[in-house]
Each structure stands twice: as C-alpha cells, then as structure tokens.
Design a binder for this molecule. Structure first.
Ligand code: B12
Ligand code: SF4
Length: 510
C-alpha cells in the first residue's frame, strides 16, 4: 500500500485554456488579449493554436530529426514532487508519484484500480485557475471513490488568502478534495495528515489544514512551518528512474527585496538559504544519475550574496560536474570576475528581471537597481557569450510614452539575447496598491488604468516592442531556451528557431 501518491503538473490544452479565459474574463478584456496574443503566444495555423514548444515539435523537431517531443513540464522534474516525496520518505512513509499528470496518469489509474493508494497529494505550483485541479480530481474519482485527496501549494494559498470565509467554503467545495493544506510550505502538515489518515486518528490537532467535516470545511490553526532547508534537501536517488535530463534546483527560499509590484517575498516568508555543502550534496546525487545533464536554479536570484555566489561557482568548477545550468539573476550585481566564473562553471543562460530601462520607473518599482549598472552587466554577459533574457514590464504606475521609449531604446542598445515584455498586472496585494490615490489606480489584474496610462495602451506598446525590436529576440516561454540548449541545439540554432517562430507569429497577426 502506498501511503501517499504525489501528483505533479497538469497542463491544460492551450485551446481549452483560451476558451476558459474567454469565458471568465470576456473577449474584450485586456486579460484575455494579454494572455492570448503574444505573451502566452500561440500562432494560429489551419485553425489550430501552437505554442513555441508545439511549433517546435510540429515543424522543427522532425526536420532536425529529434526523436522525442519537447515538453517544458515533462522535461524538468517537479520540485514540489521532489520535496514532498523526500520529506515523507525520510519520515518512513511509502510514496509514489507522477511528475507530469498529462503524460503519466495511466500509472495512477492502474494503482487506483488495484486499490494500492491510501492518500493522494496534488501539487498546484503553476495554476492560476481551478480547472486543472478539477480535471485531476475527476480522473481520480473515476477510479476510486475512497482514496483521500489532499490539495496544497501556491494556488490554494493564494486563492484562500484573497477570499472571505463564505467564498473559501464554496471554493474548496467546488474543487472537491478531502483535505487542503493552507501554508507556503506544507511538508509537515502533509506528513501529519497522511499519518492521521493511516492511523484513523482525528485531524483537529494538525495545523494549517482545512478538512471536510461533511457539512463544511473546518480550518484547524495557522502556524508558520519554516522547514530547515539543510535537513530538507532532496534525495534525488528516490526519483532516479524517471528523472529525465533536466532538473530544477532550489538553494534559497523567498527574497530580501521588496519590489512594489511583487507579492512573492510577502508570502514566501523570510529569506533563507541552503548551505553550500548541502547544495553540493544534491549535485553529487544528481551527478550519480546518468540521464541528468543540466539544472535550472529557481531561486528568485542566485546572486543575492556575491560571496556565496562566487563560492557556489568555484565549487561547481572544482567538482567539474559538467552540468549546463541556468538561473534567475540580479544582473545589476555582477562583475567581470563573476561572469568569468559563471562561464567556466557551465552557465548557459540567465533570466534577468530588468523590468524597465527608465530610472524613474525602476525607482517607482522600488527595484533597487540602476539603469547604468544594467548596461554594464548586459555588456559583460554578451562579451562572454552567456545568453541573457531581459524581462520587461510595460505600463507600471508612472509609465508614459516617454518612459516606455526609454525602455524600448534600452533593449535596442544593450542587446540582451532575448527579451520578454509583459503587461503590468495590478495585484491589490502588492505594495504599489498602497499608493492607489497618488497614482489614481483603478481596476485589477490586466485591466487597469492609472494617472498616465491604461492597460489597452500599455498592451499596444508591449506589442510594438514585439513587432519592432531588432537587436534582441522576443521570447514568450523562456524555459524553451534551456530545453533546446539541453537537447544539444547550439545558441545560434535556438536563436534561429525563435526568430522563425516570431516571424511566423508576426505574419499571422498583421
Ligand atoms: C520555474 C517557474 C516557472 C517555469 C516552470 C517551468 C518548469 N517546468 O520548471 C515557467 C516559466 C514555465 C513558469 C510559468 C508560469 N508560472 Co511560474 N514559477 C516558477 C518558479 C520560479 C519556481 C517553481 C518551483 O519549482 N518552486 C519550488 C517548489 C519547491 O515550490 P512549490 O512548487 O511552491 O512547492 C512547495 C510548496 O508550495 C509545497 N507544495 C506545493 N504543492 C503542494 C501540494 C501539497 C498537497 C502540499 C502539502 C504542499 C505543496 O511544497 C513545496 C515544498 O515546500 C515559481 C516561484 C517560486 N520560487 O516558487 C513561479 C510561480 C510558481 N509561477 C507562477 C505563475 C503565476 C506562473 C504562470 C501562470 C505565469 C504566467 N502568467 O504565464 C505560468 C504558468 C505556466 C502554466 N503553463 O501553467 C506563480 C504561481 C502563483 C500561484 N499559483 O498562485 C509563482 C509562485 C511565481 C510568483 N511569484 O507568483 N513558472
Ligand atoms: S521581483 Fe524578484 S527581486 Fe523583486 S521582490 Fe519579487 S522576488 Fe524579490
């Protein structure tokens, strides 16, 4: 009997996503236009939508004679599955998992038919609507009415946090699970819940859960988990049979900065780092798995402390792992020495949260960055051939046509290899909301206006960047870059592919 079966991501079909967003927000909303024009870009060909990945598989894969279809979620192992699975195993429970629901759900059905599973934990890392979770629950219930279903993770935390009590009840009911874990982490709550179900004891004493009492979901109590990162490292050996080529790696939680558009640190808790000895131990474990060739560090920024970052890079070089790696980077805080070490240690591509090329907007964002520092850093990355992805936000409070063109010209001048422009999303939980009166903020999400711009205009300006920028290649789903490189495409081939995709997309919308 498996005590807990952990389920990774369920990616909804792109056409279904489009339909659901149209139903929820309406076709004329900026949300619909933002999500379905360039930023979650798909090209329409013969009445079918293609994401860059699907486009690669359909029109490039065969030509280049790659055997396996590319799929971003299938190819990088889910960290939520790895952390939860390791935690439960260390505490003596039995586990199984599927990393990617879409591709592996038959294995779950088989186990359910044989009545081999006691509880199921559903992760919700990337969801912004309930449908993928409901789809998983429906699937499970088709094969078992009795198995206990536990749902937790970012989607549950973010949704419950934003709701009033009566809304929470109907939300939890509409998903239909037995227990919900309401916490930024949740390993301990999951372990205790599985044990209680196994031992048929009550759930009342377990912190951070909502459980089904028949007529309503009862909340127990709220306690911060703050799991010790050094004790809670991943035992990659547990997953070695199905791990694939690329893994995500975490070396810290949260972020010490306070950008005014971002809510991440507020909910992820205090900034904590894993010791480098433990990171090294995880890398040693990964090195012993022959399929693994690369990793992507998902910390908000790996270089928050320059000293720790240098020690990390020197460790990679000394151990000579040979992994290709990528990460998010605060690129204003790098210098030539660091870039040399990054190159030598196998760094291929970095994602830089540039946000804007206007100092005024960076200051409004409380970004703690100087345009001049960005310029120097991007030049060094280019010089050493480390690919960069510059992420840009268009329309932040204070944005005018003038500040927008500062950003536009910044991208043309600094030539990051790739860029991604996103419409600012007005999140009422973010710090900027406290300046609502000063900036005359109205609306929410992607449908907003402020004193100097509205979301329609910002969307139009963002599109302009996509259509006109010459010195940097637009990218919508940046993980495709890591995966194509990991498949052995050269940097030039990746650039060529994305350039072709963009040309196709431009033609289809002109
Ligand atoms: C890498 C990443 C991506 C990559 C993923 C590619 C890949 N395969 O690796 C890409 C770029 C594709 C991506 C896309 C998106 N992402 Co993203 N992404 C991340 C990032 C940086 C890391 C995710 C991760 O691995 N975290 C580490 C793991 C260990 O954390 P975790 O999954 O939260 O799990 C922990 C707990 O939450 C808990 N837990 C999770 N599930 C469960 C379940 C149970 C039962 C229990 C008990 C506990 C539990 O256990 C884990 C250990 O503590 C996070 C930010 C972050 N640092 O987490 C954003 C993040 C997950 N992304 C987010 C968003 C919004 C998106 C997009 C919707 C953005 C967009 N508008 O397009 C898309 C969605 C894509 C899709 N198709 O659905 C949000 C999610 C918010 C939410 N769900 O409410 C996050 C948190 C960023 C943020 N600041 O808001 N993303
Ligand atoms: S945008 Fe990045 S650096 Fe800024 S607060 Fe959010 S997580 Fe931290």
């Amino acid at each position: 009997m498996i005590d807990c079966f952990v389920i990774g991501h369920n990616e909804l079909d792109i056409n279904r996503q489009k339909q659901l967003i149209r139903l929820s927000y309406g076709e004329s909303s900026t949300t619909y236009k933002e999500r379905h024009k360039f930023n979650l870009a798909q090209v329409e060909y013969q009445k079918k939508l293609y994401t860059p990945v699907q486009f690669f598989n359909e029109f490039h894969n065969e030509k280049k004679d790659y055997t396996k279809s590319l799929d971003v979620f299938n190819e990088s192992f889910s960290l939520a599955v790895a952390y939860l699975g390791t935690y439960l195993r260390r505490k003596g429970l039995t586990i199984d998992y599927i990393n990617y629901f879409n591709g592996e759900k038959e294995a779950l059905a088989l186990r359910l038919k044989n009545n081999e599973i006691r509880t199921i934990a559903i992760t919700t890392t990337y969801y912004t609507f309930p449908y993928p979770i409901q789809e998983i629950l429906k699937y499970i219930r088709k094969y078992s009415k009795n198995v206990k279903i536990i749902v937790g993770g970012p989607y549950i935390a973010a949704s419950v946090r934003a709701m009033k009590e009566d809304e929470i009840q109907s939300f939890l009911k509409s998903l239909g699970a037995d227990v919900y874990i309401y916490n930024a982490e949740g390993e301990r709550a999951l372990y205790e819940t599985v044990c209680a179900i196994k031992n048929q004891s009550g759930l009342d004493s377990i912190a951070n859960i909502y459980y089904d009492t028949g007529d309503k979901y009862k909340f127990t109590s709220s306690v911060r988990e703050d799991n010790d990162l050094d004790k809670n490292f991943i035992d990659w050996q547990l997953f070695k049979e199905r791990i694939g080529t690329n893994v995500n790696l975490r070396t810290s939680i949260s972020c010490p900065y306070a950008c005014s558009f971002c809510t991440f640190p507020q909910y992820a808790g205090r900034y904590r780092t894993t010791s480098l000895e433990i990171v090294e131990r995880e890398l040693d474990l990964l090195k012993s798995i022959p399929t693994v060739t690369g990793f992507c560090i998902i910390d908000d920024a790996i270089n928050i402390s320059a000293d720790r970052f240098k020690q990390f890079l020197r460790m990679l070089i000394k151990k000579n792992y040979g992994f290709k790696w990528s990460s998010f980077l605060r690129c204003q805080h790098i210098d030539r020495e660091i870039v040399e070490l990054m190159k030598e240690s196998g760094c291929q591509v970095v994602f830089c949260g540039i946000e804007s090329g206007s100092q005024r907007i960076l200051d409004n964002m409380n970004k703690n960055a100087k345009v001049e520092e960005y310029k120097k850093s991007l030049a060094i990355l280019n010089e050493y051939g480390i690919l960069s992805i510059a992420s840009i936000i268009v329309g932040f409070p204070g944005e005018t046509h003038e500040t927008f063109y500062e950003t536009y010209n910044f991208v043309e001048e600094t030539m990051p290899t790739f860029f991604q422009e996103r419409l600012w999303a007005y999140d009422h939980q973010a710090a900027i909301h406290s300046k609502k009166t000063e900036y005359e903020l109205k609306g929410s999400n992607y449908d907003w206006s402020h004193a100097t711009m509205n979301s329609e205009t910002a969307l139009h300006l963002g599109n302009k960047m996509f259509l006109e920028i010459k010195n940097s290649i637009h990218v919508t789903e940046y993980p495709i870059i890591f995966h194509l490189l990991n498949r052995g495409l050269s940097a030039n081939e990746v650039k060529e592919f994305l350039g072709n995709y963009n040309d196709f997309l431009k033609r289809s919308i002109e």
